[in-house]
Design a protein around this ligand. Structure first.
Ligand code: SF4
Length: 251
């Protein structure tokens, strides 16, 4: 279950899954009362993981309290905060190294940022790595896209974990949906994903993934190589239903 605690975001990722929330003119923040309500719902549903998303979760004025509430609650095993790194706040009072809090940092290719944005993103990535446990996140939205920038950043900042995902075209993105054959589009990412997996493995990164590609996206040679390279397990989990709750508790 993904909890969008605010629709406010300074980013403009082409693959943004949250456009339905971020494209409104009204800025919304999940209230503390509603947050506690959702936390109780998770507890009653025996879900020990809290996932905070945005927009940009670090723009929520109570992010510190929201994280601390979970840190202090022995029922919860993890709280994961997904960030695009586009914010200007002091992180020191908000985060402390703990086994419970994990930051998933969505990093885009350098040419997707302005010079000023890049500086902000780099500063926040550096500080988040200092104050917390970080997983770098790569979202493939272009079959001819790049991922070397993410490896470079991971090596610079000492990040060992990379989450990857094939970003699905958003259903509100009409220009894309008109030409859309969803599986056909996703299959175009096979070669890119294969190269990424092989290179990431060679560099020793610990990989997790979200939305992946079907096996029929790979050519014969790639498919045969997957078990030989020990990469089969990094592709074997089924997509499950994702429940997204907005700042006004809309689902
Ligand atoms: S940082 Fe997140 S919410 Fe903001 S545009 Fe990118 S994907 Fe969308």
């Amino acid at each position: 279950m993904n909890l969008i605690i605010t629709n406010r975001c300074h980013g403009s990722c082409d693959y943004c899954f949250a456009k339905r929330f971020t494209s409104t003119n009204t800025i919304e923040f999940l209230s503390e009362r509603d947050y506690r309500f959702v936390v109780e719902f998770l507890r009653n549903s025996e879900i020990p993981v809290v996932k905070l998303l945005g927009g940009e979760p670090f723009l929520h004025p109570q992010i510190s309290k929201f994280i601390q509430l979970i840190e202090d609650d022995p029922f919860f095993e993890r709280i994961i905060v997904f960030t695009g790194g586009m914010f200007e706040i002091d992180l020191e009072p908000i985060l402390k190294k703990s086994d419970k809090t994990n930051i998933v940092f969505n990093l885009n290719a350098t040419d997707r940022y302005t010079g000023r944005q890049m500086k902000v993103v780099e500063k926040n990535l550096r500080e988040l790595c200092f104050y917390s446990d970080v997983t770098l996140s790569v979202n493939f939205s272009d079959p001819n896209g790049d991922y070397i920038y993410a490896f470079d950043a991971a090596l610079i900042y000492g990040i060992g974990k990379i989450r990857w995902s094939v970003a699905n075209p958003h259903y509100l993105d009409k220009a894309r949906i008109d030409s859309l054959d969803q599986i056909g589009v996703i299959k175009q990412f096979g070669s890119l994903v294969h190269r990424f997996l092989v290179d990431a493995q060679e560099l020793g990164f610990d990989l997790t993934h979200d939305c992946q590609v079907p096996f029929c996206s790979f050519n014969d040679e790639e498919i045969i190589g997957l078990p030989r390279r020990g990469l089969l397990s990094s592709l074997q989990n089924l997509c499950s239903l994702a429940l997204v709750i907005g700042p006004d508790l809309r689902i």
